[in-house]
Design a protein. Structure first.
Length: 641
């Protein structure tokens, strides 16, 4: 018998015997909290700017060397397709263990390098930073893929609330480094090693996929057909049940408090002299605020979701009949029907469960698999069959990964990311170098800490904006005309990026923080959009498609961060005949890369508009066709007088 430390089926049976709802909201909150701390570990990539000054001084590195180290690390951070195959086949457990091990090894040996117990050079630092970034990327893609499935009805608010910490986590890291470690880089790096391992172990045993998700590992269980049906039925409850609003608001309240505190604390530590006691107090406060997220999982009735009653017998019967109908549809449908993707809006299809229904059959009078199933099931009412009519907008369907890779819409999404990521990546990972080129002032540890902190705050606000917008989109009445579509955020985000790029090119160096904040805000929006786009637009393979989005980041990091920015900066440094110990303090060192990336962002506006137009047409056509299918099915079941 396969080894297991708990059984979701036994949990469902126990809750049913107790008369409770199949979904335990306290458990869902704990899953989110584990993802919340995983997201803090994701911010390891942004913490590189905290170490850049020590790297440069201790190992006599050039800007190009720093860019090489960050580029190698970021390639490993975003080259995650192999791990996506592990996730799709075995679930999140293995990936969390790999993430914790990689983060622990990378941070441990990096600390030894700083203590000069291990020789340090560009190659060694690149390898160690690659370990840290592998952990960062794995934490990101794994916990998000679990959140996608655990909160399908509140995907936007919860994904973005988790993603907030990927940006805000850098601010927390900067605060802890400055307040508790007082410039002791070695101690802080060892702290990161312990943090990665603890979070990975907690997430591995806490974050599990919902019962209705099947993969190779779960199929090894010797479940009967009745048990498999019972697990599949939970899909209906997950897709229709919203998380308690009070728990959600409590999570956002904690994040807002952290944002306010970091916004005040960062400039205070950077520009005023704070005593040792004051720094320790600041560090303790930020840690307490972070751990207050556990309030979301308190088993108290006032927060909602505690001891919720089980669904009524009528609803249970309707859900069971519906999923029995789906099983029959799967068996009766041909392989060609089950693998056909939606090619254009002229032939819309609706993905419901695991079946794909060809909606053109309605118009030409052919009998669809839906109608055949309904006619075979005399007791199955139209209202019961359409019980699974989802509140979310329809998504592009397909049963195989190949079906999605053949879609133009997926490649448009990837092209959009290629357009909008370069400027955000350049500013996020080279903010200090750009600031020196604009202002001519020497880099300081306080300046690096300040930029890292504002990077976190800007990212957090951008993610919250996208999460709130997605929540509004999902909560719109289904009957409302001119409903907003989630893809509207794509061209809007690109417009904001273009504004930030223009400001960065034109404003004086003294107010450079203004365009930085705009670009940090947009970077948060882009990261949230990338996390939500694949699960909002496509029906399956979210982890793998998200990994494809990360591949775009790999391309951007190599082509723009290392080749364009790093090499161009070094060439300008040589032309100006500056000593190797001095960073380039002329705007010409960064002007061309910024112009190129701003122009690409402008192209991203038009690509985003194209994605939005295509998806809007698809949604409208699919909804019209589904209404026609519903009417046709109801007519076919009317008694003949």
């Amino acid at each position: 018998m396969p080894f297991k430390w708990f059984s979701q089926l036994d949990t469902l049976h126990k809750r049913k015997e107790q008369g409770l709802h199949p979904i335990n909201e306290v458990s869902r909150s704990l899953i989110f909290i584990a993802g919340f701390f995983c997201s803090i570990c994701v911010s390891l990539t942004y913490a590189f700017d905290l170490f850049s000054t020590q790297f440069r001084e201790q190992f006599n590195l050039s800007v190009g060397d720093l860019s090489t180290i960050s580029t190698v690390g970021l390639v490993f951070c975003y080259l995650l397709i192999p791990y996506s195959f592990i996730f799709e086949r075995y679930g999140p457990f293995i990936n969390f263990i790999i993430a914790g091990s990689a983060g622990f090894i990378g941070a441990l040996f990096l600390g030894l390098v700083f203590q000069r117990k291990v020789n340090g050079n560009v190659a060694v630092l690149s390898v160690l930073y690659a370990f840290l970034n592998t952990a960062s990327g794995l934490f990101d893609i794994t916990y998000l893929s679990v959140i996608f499935e655990v909160f399908p009805r509140n995907r936007g608010p919860y994904v973005c609330l988790g993603k907030v910490m990927a940006g805000l986590g850098s601010s927390i890291m900067a605060c802890i480094s400055a307040a508790l470690f007082n410039g002791n880089a070695t101690g802080f790096i060892y702290f990161i090693a312990a943090l990665c391992m603890c979070v990975a172990l907690a997430a591995a045993f806490t974050m599990v996929l919902p019962p209705y998700i099947t993969n190779y590992w779960r199929d090894r269980s010797n479940h009967t057909e009745e048990e498999k049906l019972e697990l599949a039925m939970t899909r209906h409850y997950y897709e229709h049940k919203s998380a308690p609003i009070r728990r959600t608001l409590l999570g956002y309240a904690v994040v807002v408090l952290i944002i306010v505190f970091v916004t005040i604390e960062a400039p205070v530590l950077a520009y005023t002299k704070v005593g040792r006691g004051g720094k320790i107090a600041i560090g303790v406060i930020i840690i307490l605020l972070t751990f207050s997220i556990f309030l979301m999982a308190l088993p108290v009735r006032c927060l909602g979701g505690v001891n919720e009653p089980a669904p009524t017998e009528d609803e249970l019967h309707a859900v069971r009949r519906y999923y029995q109908a789906l099983k029959r549809m799967e068996r009766s449908s041909t392989s060609e029907e089950s693998s056909t993707a939606i090619e254009d809006v002229k032939k819309p299809q609706e993905v419901t469960g695991s079946a794909i229904v060809d909606l053109d059959a309605i118009e030409i009078g052919e009998e669809t698999p839906v109608q055949k199933t309904v006619e075979d099931e005399g007791e199955l009412k139209p209202s019961e069959y359409f019980l699974d009519e989802r509140p979310q907008d329809p998504r592009y369907g397909g049963d195989r990964l190949r079906d999605y890779l053949m879609r133009v819409d997926l490649w448009l999404v990837l092209a959009y990311l290629i357009c909008v990521l370069p400027l955000a990546v350049l500013v996020s990972f080279n903010s200090s170098s750009i600031s020196i080129a604009k202002t001519g002032e020497k880099r300081s540890q306080q300046l690096s800490t300040l930029y890292t902190a504002f990077l976190g705050v800007g990212n957090a606000c951008g993610r919250i904006i996208v999460g709130a917008f997605e929540a509004y989109v999902q909560q719109q009445p289904r009957t409302k005309k001119n409903r907003l579509i989630f893809t509207l955020a794509l061209p809007c985000s690109a417009c904001l990026l273009v504004i930030g790029g223009i400001l960065l090119l034109t404003v004086p160096g003294k107010v450079i923080l203004l365009p930085f904040i705009v670009i940090y805000l947009e970077n948060g929006m882009t990261q949230a959009l990338m996390a939500l786009m694949f699960s909002s637009l496509f029906e399956k393979f979210h982890n793998t498609l998200f990994g494809c989005g990360f591949l775009c980041t790999v391309v951007v990091v190599i082509c723009f961060n290392r080749l364009l920015f790093g090499m161009y900066n070094d060439n300008q440094h040589k032309k100006l005949k500056l000593p190797s110990s001095q960073e380039c303090n002329q705007f010409s060192c960064v002007m061309v890369p910024l112009i190129v990336c701003t122009c690409l962002a402008a192209v991203g506006i038009f690509v985003g508009l194209l994605i939005h137009i295509r998806y809007t047409r698809f949604v409208k056509a699919t909804r019209r066709a589904m209404m026609g299918l519903k009417d046709t099915t109801e007519e076919s079941l009317e008694p003949v007088e």
